[in-house]
Design a protein around this ligand. Structure first.
Ligand SMILES: O=C(CO)[C@H](O)[C@H](O)COP(=O)(O)O
Length: 219
């Protein structure tokens, strides 16, 4: 029986197959991506560098002497590699467990291919068991929370967390997510919401899924 960490390592290693030579790689955030950064360091001679989605990933990339580019210096990325908190068979995701959702969504938006790396515990029939993270401008915390309650959710302020952008995270429990694209748009239209952790409009293109019987690639 492989542990969750062993499954994460297996998908982090497999993800190298999706990294083209001479490219700048979009790099996500989280424990699975941390393992991917270790793997990326072993092939750093064949890439130009990375665009990072968080201060935490930037620090890890730099510690491995992988050049980190500002997104503003780069027109597009061939590939963006990131984890997820939940992913369904449409490759819609919930992300933001590491509070990096806004920068993740921005970097993912300029990538040709979004490769999601995840262990099988993340693969779900229906999104929503994992509370939906939403990045909120601090002054709008209460007004946004009230509108999320009107949508059927139970928002909870993530204690002690300030995002890399200086904002807050509301974790919304109990939402029924029947139509992820529509819900993502509805939440993103609430004044004061910076980004919602649904990645449905820009879903993953490939899921590299770590299972007990091997790594499965789902497109
Ligand atoms: O969205 C994220 C960070 O904002 C991560 O991708 C997500 O939380 C999964 O993290 P982990 O690989 O540690 O399970």
């Amino acid at each position: 029986m492989l542990t969750q960490d062993q499954l994460k390592l297996a998908v982090a290693q497999k993800a190298l197959e999706f990294v083209p030579d001479d490219c700048i790689v979009g790099v996500g955030t989280g424990s699975t991506v941390n393992l991917f950064i270790e793997e990326l360091a072993t092939i750093k001679g064949r890439i130009k560098g990375a665009v990072s989605s968080s201060e935490a990933s930037t620090a890890r990339l730099k510690a491995h002497h992988i050049p980190v580019f500002e997104l503003n210096e780069v027109e597009k990325l061939e590939v963006y590699i990131d984890g997820a908190d939940e992913i369904n068979h449409h490759l819609h995701m919930i992300k933001g467990g590491g509070a990096a959702l806004t920068r993740e969504k921005i970097v993912a938006s300029v990538a040709d291919q979004f490769i999601c790396i995840a262990d099988e515990s993340k693969y779900v029939l229906k999104l929503g068991k994992f509370p939906l993270p939403i990045e909120v401008i601090p002054m709008a915390r209460s007004s946004v929370a009230r509108q999320l309650v009107a949508l059927g959710g139970h928002p909870e302020l993530r204690q002690g967390v300030v995002t890399d952008n200086g904002n807050l995270i509301l974790d919304v429990h109990g939402l029924t997510i029947n139509t992820p694209v529509e819900l993502e748009e509805a939440i993103n239209h609430i004044a004061g919401v910076v980004t919602c952790g649904l990645f449905a409009r820009r879903r993953a293109d490939v899921l590299v899924l770590g299972r007990q019987d091997g790594v499965e690639v789902i497109r």
